[in-house]
Design a protein around this ligand. Sequence first.
Ligand SMILES: NC(=O)c1ccc[n+]([C@@H]2O[C@H](COP(=O)([O-])OP(=O)(O)OC[C@H]3O[C@@H](n4cnc5c(N)ncnc54)[C@H](OP(=O)(O)O)[C@@H]3O)[C@@H](O)[C@H]2O)c1
Length: 181
Amino acid sequence: MIRYVRAQVTGKHQRQQCSSTKMSIIGIVAIDRNFAIGKGGTLPWHYPADMKFFKQTTIGNAVVMGSRTWQTLKRPLPDRMNIVLTTKQGIGVDSVVTLPDVKSVLTLAKTLTRDLFVIGGAQVYEAFLPHIDRWVVTEVPLSVEGADTFMPANFLEGFELYEVRQLDEELRAKFYERSRT
Ligand SMILES: NC(=O)c1ccc[n+]([C@@H]2O[C@H](COP(=O)([O-])OP(=O)(O)OC[C@H]3O[C@@H](n4cnc5c(N)ncnc54)[C@H](OP(=O)(O)O)[C@@H]3O)[C@@H](O)[C@H]2O)c1
């Protein structure tokens, strides 16, 4: 697992890669200019560069999603442990772990040697907010009309930006970590 540490270089904070066995809980989301993330139960855009980035970032790790987001997938995300949060009975796919609450996910996460990515939707982002160590946020240059699902307005409160990555001409991803006080 790749982790990052701060280093003091020429008066500025820079990040260096190092190995660590500690897993992180990382929220990953794509938002429009108004913090919209969904419309009519689906993603209101299609950006191959973001899909590729999502895959590259999450592959080999665990992902947790709400049952509504699960319904938007045709099958489990390959090469990742898929966890679906639902208060109902299991979803009937053997390779998918279904759990009834955040506490159970956190208990499972403690046994992992890889990171846990919180992949949405809004209810699940909200539920994991106090537990997120880092955010990976793709900024979509749209204002989606009729959007019905939004990130909590304060979701980045208490986080600081440490990296910006251009995904293509239009899209960039921003990386945030919890501020150290
Ligand atoms: N832009 C993005 O990056 C992004 C990412 C993901 C999803 N989305 C979009 O977001 C929308 C879906 O979001 P959503 O907020 O409506 O639904 P969601 O968070 O995907 O799923 C909600 C469901 O998950 C379960 N759940 C949520 N919190 C729980 C908790 N604390 N304990 C137990 N179960 C819990 C419940 O399932 P049960 O009712 O089965 O109990 C709940 O009805 C879609 O439009 C999707 O396309 C966007």
